[in-house]
Write a protein that binds this ligand. Structure first.
Ligand SMILES: [Zn+2]
Length: 156
């Protein structure tokens, strides 16, 4: 059945054909007026939401710097995972810098001191001392991958 529903009071006017009615018989409101008013309110709300979204977007930093520590393969994996996430927020990696880890002076000193002490134990101690020195030379402490992300404003 055809009817005209009043957007103000919800009354369904079934006495007239939908196109002919101008006024709600229940509350007396003019359909066109109510509809125009509702549209104005919706437009205002939408404009306000857009303004808020723009404001929020302007507050986001233009660049973000992230560091990933660990072995290179692990750092790269962590980077790739986060890059995906940041990409969905409009950030693209702009530069990547890998710095290999280095033992600091204290770590070297402690290791050499132990190596020196082990020298006093014949054979097995010498082997351990040798291993400690080789470990210093070959093993690498965790490195740092530094990535700078830039906001991709064209996409947003
Ligand atoms: Zn009405």
């Amino acid at each position: 059945m055809e009817y005209k529903e009043c957007l103000k009071c919800g009354h369904r006017n079934q006495n007239v054909l939908a196109g002919d009615a101008v006024k709600c018989p229940e509350c007396g409101a003019y359909y066109a007026k109510v509809e125009a008013q509702l549209k104005r309110e919706a437009d205002k709300e939408r404009a306000e939401a857009e303004r808020r979204a723009r404001e929020l977007d302007a507050k986001r930093p233009k660049t973000q710097v992230k560091t990933y520590k660990g072995k290179q393969s692990r750092a790269v994996k962590a980077f790739q995972k986060e890059a995906e996430h940041l990409e969905s927020q409009g950030y693209q990696p702009a530069s990547e810098l890998w710095e290999a880890g280095r033992w600091n002076a204290f770590q070297i000193l402690v290791c050499l001191m132990f190596a020196f002490l082990f020298l006093f134990i014949p054979l097995i101690g010498w082997l351990i001392a040798l291993f400690l020195v080789f470990y210093l030379l070959i093993a690498r402490p965790p490195g740092t991958l530094t990535v700078t992300y830039k906001r991709d404003d064209q996409a947003g």
